[in-house]
Design a protein around this ligand. Structure first.
Ligand code: OOB
Length: 548
């Protein structure tokens, strides 16, 4: 019986994916023990001074899984997991997979609003939080949220300052007793692979994120394909820099893809270049992933770092728009190969391959990781565009669920009747089959009826040597409805005026009506919790100021 609120794949598609070997029929917890048997004594996980072998990681996860089940949680219960990048994040996630408890991947900056609404939506029975993080008391937050949830929820805490009424994750995952007997007990009650394994949050920045259910079968395939495409192996040392609960660092291929490959996962608490470069040097990091804003900070800082980062082989960059010229600079600055990623928590992941020619690696966001991914680029009426033309990307496939969790009305908007997910992304596909992301369908500025794609202006602006980051938003205007305002962060020591910007864009041949009519230079460019430009905040800045 599928869980209420989950939209299953139609039986015929499910049969195809099983027959093709995409869905293997094993729950994710089983793989954890496969890894532990193949590489028992290899280091799986590093967090500061803490190091866990594959065997230790599997045993810790099993101990915690039994503790969760012994504490009154039952398979199928959802638990909000809000942890920073730490070893316990991985132990908790694997413990949930083993116990059939469904982690909901919250991000550390989420507060009452997100935790309460999402917790109510999934009927969360527990929260897992740090005692405090960056000066904020998450344990207290968890109790406030628990009090507001429709059903009683337990509070599980990672840290030194665990209240008596909370469950202590570190104590309850301490290895002891007969690991094999425990493993057998958990194997006997393992969840079915077709069941939901976890909930991810959509990357949307317009409202409270939507909830995406991912099954053991589909997520394992996501992990396997992305790890294979990126060429991960036992010599991979992966640095987790983006918030671990995001699909990109979690499983695309990220943490789980590295464990699947027998490599070593290193947790970085922050994307700041100094700490990241120190971790790369100390652990011999070979692979990492970042959003463009973070990758650019590293590229800027690499020139002057005293650290040896020569172990780095690949940096996976995706999550928001990256212009070809900026992309071209990242690999040389960091002394590694750039792989671009266009992915989403809803499923579809595209990657440029490690051996892609520069034109593809810099100028495209790659191609789907699975031959069973279906792509369709459509015009505003839903008709397929001609090859190479820009349109909205629709997708279906073995790891792209057919609906968001528990929102049938939203699903009628976000999915077509025959199960295609409307990504809302404007793309074109090159003759070789690589995807180029051109912007968002709804991210249009309507200037007197002329529709201007924000992404087009951002890409051109990003190519200017002065500009570190750029985002175009609409300024309301009494005459033409909306005008283009460009927010930029400049590289240190550079200046930019509106006239200078207009001159450059005109010189690039941009139509006059698209040229920004206002420029805002900001030092603190706002980002979402994973580091994408936060246009909601930028629009708010424009609205909150007194009109001139
Ligand atoms: C990743 O996942 P989400 O769920 O946070 O966001 C998905 C959305 C996409 O629909 C697209 O609008 C945007 O983020 N996006 C990109 C992009 N990659 C994602 N926009 C332009 N260029 C790109 N390369 O962001 C995500 C999940 C897994 C792997 C990588 C990214």
């Amino acid at each position: 019986m599928p869980r209420a609120g989950v939209v299953p794949w139609p039986e015929e598609a499910a049969r195809t994916y099983r027959a093709a070997g995409c869905w293997r029929g094993h729950p994710l917890g089983t793989y954890m023990w496969d890894w532990a048997e193949r590489w028992p004594d290899r280091t799986a996980l590093v967090d500061g001074a803490q190091r866990l072998t594959y065997a230790e990681l599997a045993e810790s996860a099993d101990v915690l899984a039994e503790a969760m089940l012994g504490n009154g949680l039952v398979p199928g219960d959802a638990t909000l997991v809000q942890l920073p990048n730490c070893a316990e994040f991985v132990v908790v996630t694997l413990a949930c997979f083993r116990a059939g408890i469904l982690p909901v991947m919250m991000l550390p900056p989420h507060r009452e609003h997100e935790l309460t609404s999402i917790g109510a939506h999934v009927r969360a029975k527990a929260l897992v939080v740090p005692d405090s993080w960056r000066g904020y008391d998450h344990q207290d937050l968890a109790y406030r949220v628990a009090a507001d949830l429709p059903e009683p929820a337990q509070v599980w805490v990672v840290g030194d300052d665990v209240r008596r009424e909370s469950a202590d994750v570190r104590r309850l995952s301490r290895r002891d007793g007969d690991a094999q007997a425990r493993r057998r007990r958990l194997d006997e009650r393992a969840p079915a692979s077709s069941e939901v394994a976890l909930f991810l949050l959509s990357g949307g920045t317009t409202s409270v994120p939507k909830v995406i259910s991912r099954t053991h079968d589909d997520y394992e395939y996501n992990i396997r394909r992305t790890a294979d495409v990126c060429g991960l192996g036992t010599d991979t040392v992966y640095l987790t820099v983006l918030p671990a609960g995001h699909n990109f660092p979690l499983a695309s291929p990220g943490i789980l893809g590295t464990l699947y490959s027998g490599g070593r996962v290193v947790m970085a608490p922050s994307p700041r270049p100094e700490g990241v470069f120190a971790a790369i040097e100390a652990e011999g990091v070979t692979d990492t992933s970042a959003v463009p804003a973070v990758a650019l900070r590293w590229a800027e800082a690499a020139a002057t770092t005293p650290r040896d980062v020569s172990s780095l082989r690949h940096v996976h960059v995706g999550g928001s728009m990256l212009s070809p010229e900026v992309a071209a600079g990242i690999g040389p600055a960091l002394g590694c190969r750039l792989q671009q990623v266009y992915g989403m928590a809803e499923g579809l992941i595209c990657y440029t391959r490690p051996d892609a020619p520069d034109a593809v690696a810099h100028g495209t966001q790659g191609r789907p990781v699975s031959p069973y991914d279906e792509l369709l680029v459509v015009d505003p009426d839903g008709r397929p565009v001609r090859p190479g033309e820009v349109g909205e990307m629709l997708t279906r496939g073995p790891y792209t669920p057919r609906g968001y969790f528990g929102v049938p009305e939203q699903n009628r908007v976000s999915f077509t009747p025959d199960g295609w997910f409307r990504t809302g992304d404007l793309v074109r596909i090159t003759p070789d089959g690589d995807v180029v992301v051109c912007g968002r369908v709804k991210d249009l500025i309507n200037r007197g009826g002329e529709k201007i794609a924000a992404g087009e202006i951002e890409t051109l602006a990003q190519e200017m040597p002065e500009v570190a980051e750029a985002a175009a938003v609409a300024v309301p205007d009494p005459v033409v409805g909306e005008r283009v305002c460009l927010f930029v962060r400049l590289h240190p020591g550079h200046d930019l005026t509106l006239d200078g910007l207009r001159e450059v864009l005109t010189g690039r041949g941009l139509a006059a009506f698209k040229i920004p009519e206002r420029l805002e230079v900001v030092e603190d460019f706002p980002h979402t919790p994973v580091g994408k430009p936060d246009k909601k905040v930028l629009r708010g800045l424009l609205l909150s100021e007194t009109p001139v």
